[in-house]
Design a protein around this ligand. Structure first.
Ligand code: S3P
Length: 434
C-alpha cells in the first residue's frame, strides 16, 4: 500500500489501543480464575483474538459485546481437551504462555501458527517445562512449531535460572508453577515485564519478587476480576517518535500504561534531548498522559538492563536515531533476531532503502544521523512493528512515494493505526492513505 508521506506538522490527542501483553493475560487469568472476569479497553488485535479463540477451543465461554469482554472462568481444572489443534496465528505470547497453562493439564494438545511462528525458538520454554515433567516436542523432534504438548497433574517444582531475558518464558514457567505442588523459584537474567506477576496478585494470588528472584507456590485459587487495560506504550511509541521527528508537531497520548518494566523508551527519549512530559493519572500510578513535541535530538548508547524494558520499541527507536545528530549504538539486543522477524536485519535493510545510514551488528545496530529520507518500496516482512515504523519513516519523505508490502500485518497489534495516524496528520476524508 502507498504510505502517508511529506508531513509538515502533526497535531492532536489520541488514546492508543489497549496493552497487548495485559490483554492476553487478562483473558488467560479470566479463564483460570473461578467466576466472571470483565475486561474493559481490551486490544482486539489479531494476536489477542488468537488467545480468545484458544480458550474458546479449550471450552471457556467468552463473550464480547464490542465494549466489554466477559470471561466465564473455569479454573485450570475446567479446561477441556481440544478437538482440533490450537492455532495461535502470529502470536508468540499466545503459544508460549499457553504452553505453561497446558503444562498441568493431563491431555495432549497441538499448538501451531503461521510461517513466522514456525521459526520461533521454543526450547527456551520446552526445556524448563520438561524439567517439570511435561512431555513436549516440535516438528520431527525439533524445537519449532507445530508443537505437541502433554501436560501432567504431577508437575515437579524447579529452581530455574533463566538463560534468556524473556517475559514470555518467565510467564510460561509461572503458569506451570501455579499448577505444581510446592514452591517454584525463577531467577531472571534481567528483569522483564512483570504483568503476569501483577495479575497473580490482582486475581487474589500470592507471589514473592525479590529483585530478579521470583517465588510462587502452586494450588492457589484465583477469583474473577474487573480489568481496565491501559493503552500500550509499545503502540504509543510510534506516535511519540512521530511527534519528535516531524517538524512543527505536538502530540498528546492519553491513558498510556507506564509500568516501569516497559518505560525504557521514555528514558531514551530524555537522553536524546527529546521534548517529552508525563502526567501520571490520579487514579492509577501505572497509566498517564504523555506529550511530545518536535525536538533537536542527539545520539545515544543503549544497552544492558534497559534492553528488556524497550525491546519492542527498538525498531522505532532506530528510526528516531536516524534523525539525531551523531552515532547511536544499540547493543545487547540479540533477542531482536528471534522476534516476528529478524528485526536487526529488517530495520537495517528497510531503513537503508529509504536513505538511512545504519549498520547491523551481532547484537544490535549502529545508526549515524541525521539523515534525509527518500522514497522507495519497503516490506514489513509480515511484522507489525516493522510495518508501523516504516510508515512513521515515510512521514519524513518529501520527494517521491513510499510503498509498503505486507502492510496488513499491522492489525496484529494496532488495527486502526492508519486511521489514528490520518487524524494526527489532519488529513481530510478522501485524502487518506492507500
Ligand atoms: C511479551 C514479551 C516480549 C515481547 C512481546 C510480548 C509478553 O517477548 O517482545 O512482544 O507479553 O510477555 P520475549 O519474552 O520473547 O522477550
Amino acid at each position: 500500500m502507498r504510505l502517508i508521506t511529506n508531513q509538515k506538522t502533526l497535531k492532536g490527542t489520541l488514546e492508543v489501543p489497549g496493552d497487548k501483553s495485559i490483554s492476553h493475560r487478562s483473558i488467560m487469568f479470566g479463564a483460570i480464575a473461578k467466576g466472571t472476569t470483565t475486561i474493559h479497553k481490551i486490544l482486539r488485535g489479531d494476536d489477542c483474538l488468537s488467545t480468545m479463540q484458544a480458550f474458546r477451543d479449550l471450552g471457556v465461554v467468552i463473550e464480547d459485546d464490542g465494549e466489554v469482554v466477559t470471561v466465564h472462568g473455569t479454573g485450570f481444572d475446567g479446561l477441556k481437551k481440544t478437538v482440533e489443534p490450537i492455532n495461535v496465528g502470529n502470536s508468540g505470547t499466545t503459544i508460549r504462555l499457553m504452553m505453561g497453562i497446558l503444562a498441568g493439564r493431563p491431555f495432549e494438545t497441538t499448538l501451531l501458527g503461521d510461517d513466522s511462528i514456525a521459526k520461533r525458538p521454543m526450547n527456551r520454554v520446552m526445556l524448563p517445562l520438561r524439567q517439570m515433567g511435561v512431555v513436549c516436542s516440535g516438528t520431527d523432534g525439533s524445537q519449532f512449531p507445530p508443537l505437541r504438548i502433554k501436560g501432567t497433574s504431577n508437575l515437579k517444582v524447579i529452581e530455574y535460572k533463566m538463560p534468556v531475558a524473556s517475559a514470555q518464558v518467565k510467564s510460561a514457567i509461572l503458569f506451570a508453577a501455579l499448577q505444581a505442588d510446592g514452591t517454584t523459584t525463577i531467577i531472571e537474567k534481567e528483569r522483564t515485564r512483570d504483568h503476569t506477576e501483577e495479575m497473580i496478585q490482582q486475581f487474589g494470588g500470592n507471589i514473592q519478587v525479590d529483585d530478579r528472584t521470583i517465588r510462587v507456590s502452586g494450588n492457589q485459587n484465583f477469583i474473577g476480576q474487573e480489568v481496565i487495560v491501559p493503552g500500550d506504550i509499545s503502540s504509543a511509541a510510534f506516535f511519540l517518535v512521530a511527534g519528535l521527528i516531524v517538524p512543527n508537531s505536538e502530540i498528546t497520548l492519553t491513558h498510556v500504561g507506564l509500568n516501569p518494566t516497559r518505560t525504557g523508551i521514555i528514558e531514551v527519549i530524555l537522553n536524546m534531548n527529546g521534548q517529552i512530559t508525563i502526567a501520571k493519572s490520579a487514579d492509577s500510578s501505572k497509566a498517564g498522559t504523555i506529550t511530545v513535541s518536535t525536538s533537536h535530538l542527539k545520539a545515544t548508547e543503549i544497552g544492558g538492563e534497559i534492553i528488556p524494558r524497550l525491546i519492542d520499541e527498538l525498531p522505532i527507536i532506530a528510526l528516531l536515531a536516524t534523525q539525531a545528530e551523531g552515532t547511536t549504538i544499540i547493543r545487547d539486543a540479540e533477542e531482536l533476531k528471534v522476534k516476528e522477524t529478524n528485526r536487526i536485519d529488517a530495520v537495517a535493510k528497510e531503513l537503508s532503502k529509504l536513505g538511512a545510514d545504519i549498520t547491523p551488528t551481532e547484537d544490535g545496530l549502529i545508526i549515524r544521523g541525521k539523515t534525509k529520507l527518500h522514497g522507495g518500496t519497503v516490506t514489513s516482512y509480515g511484522d507489525h512493528r516493522i510495518g508501523m515504523m516504516l510508515q512513521i519513516a515515510a512521514l519524513l519523505v518529501e520527494d517521491g512515494t513510499v510503498e509498503l508490502e505486507n502492510a496488513e500485518a499491522i492489525s496484529v497489534s494496532y488495527p486502526n493505526f492508519f486511521k489514528d495516524l490520518a487524524g494526527i496528520c489532519q488529513l481530510k476524508k478522501g485524502e487518506i492513505y492507500g
